[in-house]
Design a protein around this ligand. Structure first.
Ligand SMILES: [Zn+2]
Length: 390
């Protein structure tokens, strides 16, 4: 046997032992997730930092959109409250009801965040939420995150990072959400410019420290299966100092991951009837984060959850599910030979070949309805509004 072959066989044997244990029985892999939220990061400006960022060198990323579909039931302001709650719940604000940054708002219990869903499904999981911009923990998700093992708010980005490194080093860290706010603060203070670029560079360096820690931990615990996702809540207006509107730039965000994700993130699929500015709606939507995390954590996605997002891991199901209320029509993108099961307000109402890419509700859409389109055990939902109102 050549030396190279011997090395290869030794490596294979070691890997088998590590994954299977010495008695040959498979050790159960333990899913772990770290979501790193960076507030108000404009992707184009992050990319301008060059090729030596942790985003470019160590992660895979794709463009995505925030703020729902302009002029449709899912449209929402490109501000932080609606943005973070959409990311963490997998539904748009017409469902979760955090429609602004008003601290009186709470997520609707019918559409809970990842904290509640994971706590219900995994009673012993170690859940953490460590954030700079307090209202995520202290207002919108106040009730929802009560079962978290760690819920800390109002920290500086340096403190968020230090605390997260502790959690990753010393706890089971099953699901950890953190929020770095300083890029957004730099944008509000001075718009795009050197100070904003510096804030992005610092956020990227913090990302690097966190990725180092996850890699170190994954090496020590090969049975752990780590998903790291980086995302942002909204883009910025032309000058970079504000946001909240529906311009292409304010709606442009990104989703990055340490794992290869599926075609929903990597291969845009354009909704022909409504492609959005520069085909923006062909990219992944912000609602995709939560179903991606739930699937990675081992939960089956359930139609009754009515999640609006296409998961970015595993089967996509139908893509770009949408409604044209005035025509009573559901549309989607798919070239699958499978069958889509259509649920309406909790009842199965039709089975349709996926490649047909549309279905017309014989009752029309004169009232608000909740539809779920299920393909390959992957449900995705659309909430319509009454056809007469627009
Ligand atoms: Zn902001």
């Amino acid at each position: 046997m050549s030396i190279r072959r011997t090395i290869r066989w030794t490596a294979l044997l070691l890997a088998t032992l590590l994954v299977n244990g010495c008695d040959g029985k498979p050790l159960q892999t333990q899913p772990k997730t770290l979501v790193i939220g960076m507030d108000g990061v404009q992707l184009q400006h992050y990319e301008q930092l060059g090729d030596d960022t942790n985003l470019r060198k160590r992660l895979l990323y794709g463009k995505a959109y925030a703020g729902g579909i302009n002029g449709r039931a899912s449209e929402q302001a490109t501000v932080s409250g609606p943005g973070w709650v959409t990311l963490l719940s997998g539904v748009w604000a017409n469902k979760h009801q955090v429609v602004s940054n008003s601290e009186a708002l709470r997520i609707t219990p019918r559409f809970p965040s990842l904290f509640k869903r994971l706590r219900d499904a995994l009673p012993n999981a170690y859940l953490a939420s460590v954030i700079n911009w307090s209202p995520i923990n202290t207002a919108f998700l106040l009730v929802d995150a009560q079962g978290n093992n760690v819920r800390e708010s109002g920290l500086s980005d340096a403190q968020v990072t230090a605390r997260t490194l502790q959690i990753l080093g010393n706890t089971p860290a099953d699901f950890t959400f953190i929020q770095l706010d300083e890029p957004d603060q730099a944008g509000h203070a001075g718009g795009f410019g050197p100070a904003y670029q510096l804030a992005l560079r610092e956020a990227d360096q913090r990302l690097g420290l966190l990725l180092d820690k996850v890699e170190e931990r994954a090496n020590e615990h090969p049975q752990e299966d780590w998903l790291v996702i980086v995302c942002t809540d909204h883009g910025r207006d032309e000058q970079g100092s504000g946001h909240g509107g529906v311009t292409e730039q304010e709606k442009t965000v990104f989703i990055a991951s340490n794992k290869p994700l599926n075609e929903e993130l990597n291969q845009p699929s354009i909704p022909e009837d409504n492609p959005g500015p520069n085909n923006l709606y062909g990219y992944a939507a912000q609602v995709s984060l939560a179903p991606t995390v739930l699937r990675h954590m081992g939960l089956d996605l359930r139609p009754e959850w009515m999640l609006d997002g296409t998961p970015l891991l595993g089967a996509t199901g139908v893509r770009k599910a949408r409604a044209i209320e005035s025509e009573g029509k559901l549309l989607w993108n798919s070239d699958s030979q499978g069958t889509v099961t259509i649920h309406k307000n909790g009842q199965v109402v039709a089975n349709v070949q996926a490649f047909l890419q549309q279905w017309t509700d014989p009752e029309g859409m004169r009232q608000a309805n909740d539809y779920v389109l299920e393909l390959d055990e992957t449900p995705v939902a659309v909430r319509t509004r009454p056809a007469s109102t627009h």
